[in-house]
Ligand binder design. Structure first.
Ligand SMILES: [Zn+2]
Length: 498
């Protein structure tokens, strides 16, 4: 049954949303959090397991130092304090995809806490406080077979794959986020998108939302406009795209508003997000005092990163992506709109690499956004899958700068590059694209244009030099576009005595 919802504007006229976002990031370490099993995605089920990640009696876990380093990197990049000493804890609950019957996590002693970050939405900057970032292990993966929905209800049997059990996870938890209601969903989306960029820049995760290596749980509650008392929240689990985060938050605002406006009570529960229909449905009820019987993990030594190590990691952090964008925009002299086009077109990194090869930012943007993004769009491909890299773009631009190509011919070279016809030089040779630099050939074409257009020549001679433009057009046409227009103008002007 589909729940009643209010229009978003009506919902926001009566209620203020309050959010909390929990993001799980799978780290890209080669081995698991507490054992040496490989973490590669897509291996046949249950081929990447051992006694430790299967929770067999007597197996002893050992902490993956690289995962701790990644956790510290993430914490520092989110302006967190890094614990001088912290422990893992057992979170006890039974779930068939968790072979140990507890998840090794962190409870009251997270490795990173008290941080903050910022996101920009519609030109406004919003500060988001970070409660904590803690280390834990992923669970296995259940597949429910035989039902219509792929969920456990209605399934005839279930399969479980423990390859994912024990893969290092970092859970990043925000404090309460209160922003203007009409910005809430966009801020949630911008936050997850910013995290993705940040994690990618840190090199700690491959952040593939489609493979579940970055997933977001969105807590949403409503309170009557102006009220200081928080309402009951729901937690929509495992939302796995930026757009879905925005849609799920919007949906929960409209659904909860309808419940409250009709005098009902919001149930505190987890909810499932349905990508296809854009709605959430009830999961399981969840109380605040759910008893996981947390206690410190007795099989693992505490994690006590030395201050020297933390400072060493801090000094190795790359520039934050948001700040880097601001810096590049300033250096390149792009407008906000141009920069947004570049970022949305996934052309930022290619342009950076092309500029590093000596091409001006404007020329790099022209080719990447104009020619190549259009071609990628037309063929439904990613920009980086076209087979044209920064080196080719720089090579073509050098040919333009040297006067061997004009922009129009360069476009044909790009077309050849996309079609795999060889290097720019080979394509020019095969397609006969070089500009005619031989003055005598140009002068012959100019003579032909003058002879064919006596009326234009008369206009020029009677004091209308602008009319010569028609002659340049005729020469370019005669040369099949393979002439440098500036050179033609220069020779023509000399000929006509302008
Ligand atoms: Zn293992």
């Amino acid at each position: 049954m589909t729940a009643a919802v209010l229009e978003i504007d009506d919902a926001l006229a009566q209620y203020d949303p309050v959010m909390g976002l929990e993001v799980h990031v799978e780290l890209n370490t080669r081995s698991k959090m507490f054992c040496g099993c490989p973490t590669e995605f897509g291996a046949p089920p249950n081929t990447q397991t051992c006694p430790v990640c299967l929770g067999l009696p007597g197996a002893l876990p050992v902490v993956n130092a690289r995962a701790v380093e990644s956790a510290i990197k993430i914490g520092l990049a989110l302006n967190c304090e890094i614990a001088e000493w912290c422990r893992f804890a057992r979170k006890n609950y039974f779930y068939p995809d968790m072979p140990k019957n507890f998840q090794t996590s962190q409870y009251d002693e997270p490795i990173a806490y008290n941080g903050w970050t910022e996101v920009v939405v519609d030109g406004e900057t919003y500060r988001i406080e970070i409660e904590r970032a803690h280390m834990e292990e992923d669970t296995g993966k259940s597949t429910h077979v035989g039902g219509a929905t792929g969920r456990i209800h209605g399934a005839s049997h279930s399969l479980v794959d423990y390859n994912r059990a024990g893969i290092p996870l970092i859970e990043i938890v925000t404090k309460t986020i209160e922003v203007p209601g009409d910005k809430a969903a966009a801020v949630a989306k911008a936050y997850v998108s910013m995290l993705r960029d940040l994690l990618l820049a840190l090199g700690v995760s491959d952040v593939r939302m489609d493979q579940g290596s970055l997933r977001c749980d969105a807590n949403v509650s409503l309170k009557p406009t102006g009220s200081a008392t928080f309402g009951t929240r729901t937690e929509t689990k495992n939302v796995n795209s930026f757009r879905s985060v925005e849609r799920a938050v919007t949906y929960e605002i409209t659904r909860q508003a309808a419940v409250l406006a009709s005098g009902g009570k919001v149930v505190q529960e987890t909810r499932h997000w349905h990508e296809d229909t854009g709605i959430t449905t009830s999961g399981r009820e969840k109380s605040d005092a759910e008893d996981y019987r947390y206690f410190p993990e007795p099989d693992l030594v505490p994690v006590a990163p030395s201050r020297e190590w933390v400072e060493e990691i801090r000094s190795s952090l790359p520039e934050a992506p948001t700040l880097r964008r601001v810096r590049l925009q300033e250096e390149w002299g792009f407008t906000d709109l141009e920069m947004r086009d570049v970022v949305n077109g996934n052309a930022l990194e290619p342009i950076v690499a092309t500029v590093e090869l000596g091409v001006t930012p404007t020329a790099a943007k022209k080719w990447w956004l104009g020619e190549l993004a259009r071609a990628a769009n037309e063929s439904g491909q990613e920009l980086n899958a076209l087979g044209v890299g920064p080196a080719e773009v720089a090579e073509v631009q050098k040919l333009v700068d040297a006067g061997s190509l004009n922009d129009k011919l360069a476009r044909q070279v790009f077309d050849g590059l996309i079609k795999g016809e060889g290097t720019p030089a080979e394509i020019m040779a095969k397609r006969g694209l070089a500009l005619v630099s031989d003055d005598s050939a140009l002068i012959e074409a100019i003579d032909r244009a003058i002879a064919a257009n006596p009326d234009v020549v008369e206009k020029v001679n009677s004091g209308k030099p602008a009319a010569a433009g028609a002659l340049i057009g005729a020469v370019m046409k005669d040369m099949r576009g393979q002439a440098d227009a500036a050179k033609v103008r220069e020779l023509l002007n000399a000929k006509l005595g302008i």
